[in-house]
Design a protein around this ligand. Structure first.
Ligand code: SF4
Length: 461
């Protein structure tokens, strides 16, 4: 089969890969310190999203709901938003940021969340909370367009638009990570620290890997502050890592403040991490130190140990967030693997023109990329079209496809809830390249032993 990209051809979604836009907006909001988002919709729009965050990180996060009921769904429910903001501010004296996130139902009925933000700013806040710094940010996240990926992109832009200002140059770099794990944030900060680059990270989510402390505090949140957000306009440059998750905010910063921006590199694998560091060097003038050359060499050595002998020609299916899937596919190709099926779970029209996708399609003989895909696309190809696969890479929602078809699976992306501690490991940077190569190899090794397939090779390796 030639390399192609095309949308899902059948109507209806069976086992979706993504959830809806408000989930992405909620993920952005939990990255900010002293912030609790209010989702203007039914309680389930928060309850299930919050559950999935907790399943993935094994932590608890705070999110609120306007808890729309039948009457509100027909006649409008802005009064519930007003009440929700008031209750939230009373209950949480430290809260400074309240994103108000719309949903499918409240967009359909036309509730004016921008208007209610203006009203609350003019009436409730000065009357009941005089002198208290409170930022209400309207985030439009109707779920009948886009996905959790575009919802994150929109929310980051809206938060950046609300806060970013310019005072005086601070010499820092804006690093917009996209929807990544705490392990990725740690690795990215490590790479920048080695280059002696001071960065404002959106979002500082390392604390999602929260310690158990003597005070028994049981809630996790990000550490990006209002002050961090305000300083974005003073930076020397912006690096926006995941094209589909950060581009809107990066474009805003470039247009509003003239900040040089590089957008769209996802530093998964050696090649993409090299590009990332080179771009940081170009923006900041800082050299790539020998310590990172050594780390790169160590990662290359780890990959060389397994690539040609165990990974070459292994056929892989991938699904999940588009930048993750594309970065993983590029890395698989670099390791001589064959990423034959890529499933992207929404219908973003820009996929067709993505230079990374175009480059892969031009250079491989067999690759099918399905947009607006679901997990049935994967299951159907395995069960009805005899698609041969050696490995599946994706989040835990596809686990039953892997289990039923007895194809080994490496969990990556969001959500991963059926393996312990995966959020702690990076897939980005040289450390991520090492972890990925070795985890792929170990997944295949376990399968070789389980199925008794050439497992003796492991004795003599
Ligand atoms: S699809 Fe609509 S109702 Fe369902 S969780 Fe998303 S926003 Fe809420």
């Amino acid at each position: 089969m030639p390399a192609t990209i095309h949308p899902r051809e059948r109507p209806g979604i069976i086992n979706p890969i993504f959830t809806c836009q408000p989930a992405g907006a909620q993920f952005a909001s939990i990255g900010i310190k002293d912030c609790i988002g209010i989702v203007h919709g039914g309680q389930g729009c928060v309850m299930f999203v919050r559950l999935i965050f907790s399943q993935h990180f094994k932590e608890s996060f705070e999110l609120a709901s306007s808890s729309l009921h039948e009457d509100g769904a027909v006649f409008g429910a802005l009064d519930r938003v007003e009440e929700a903001v008031d209750v939230l501010l009373m209950r949480y004296p430290k809260v400074r940021v309240v994103p108000i996130i719309s949903t499918c139902s409240t967009e359909v009925i036309g509730d004016d969340i921008d208007g209610v933000v203006r009203k609350l700013n003019e009436e409730l806040l000065p009357r009941k909370y005089p002198g208290r710094e409170v930022h209400l940010v309207a985030v439009h996240a109707p779920s009948f367009v886009g996905s959790m990926v575009s919802g994150y992109n929109v929310a980051v832009r809206d938060l950046v638009q609300h806060f970013a200002g310019r005072t005086e140059p601070n010499g820092r770099l804006n690093l917009l990570t996209g929807w990544v794990n705490p392990g990725d944030v740690t690795e990215l900060k490590h790479l920048l620290a080695e280059m002696e680059v001071d960065a404002t990270v959106l979002f500082e989510t390392e604390e999602f890997d929260s310690p158990l402390m003597p005070d028994k505090s049981g809630v996790s949140h990000g550490e990006t502050t209002v002050e961090d957000l305000r300083s974005l306009g003073d930076a020397v440059g912006t690096v926006a890592l995941n094209r589909y998750e950060t581009t809107l905010a990066a474009e805003y910063l470039e247009q509003e403040f003239g900040i040089p921006t590089v957008s769209g590199v996802t530093p998964i694998g050696i090649r993409n991490t090299d590009t990332f560091l080179q771009r940081v060097k170009n923006l900041t003038g800082k050299e790539i130190p020998r310590s990172l050359v050594i780390e790169r060499g160590r990662a290359l050595d780890a990959i060389t140990d397994v690539a040609h002998m165990f990974l070459a020609d292994k056929r892989v299916a991938l699904y999940g967030n588009p930048d993750l899937v594309i970065g993983l596919a590029e890395f698989c190709l670099d390791m001589e693997m064959k990423p034959v099926l890529l499933l992207l779970g929404d219908d973003n029209p820009n996929y067709d023109d993505d230079p990374r996708i175009r480059a892969m399609l031009e250079h491989v003989d067999e690759m099918e990329i399905v947009t607006n895909a679901d997990l049935w696309e994967l299951e159907r190809r395995i069960t009805q079209e005899n698609l041969e696969l050696d490995l599946i890479m994706g989040h835990s929602k596809g686990r039953f496809v892997a289990i039923d078809s007895q194809i080994p699976m490496l969990r990556v992306g969001f959500p991963v809830y059926d393996r312990a501690g995966y959020f702690r490991h990076p897939v980005m940077g040289y450390a991520g390249a090492t972890w990925l190569a070795e985890s792929i190899a170990n997944t295949l090794f376990a399968d070789m032993e389980y199925k008794g397939m050439k497992e003796w090779v492991l004795n003599v390796w």
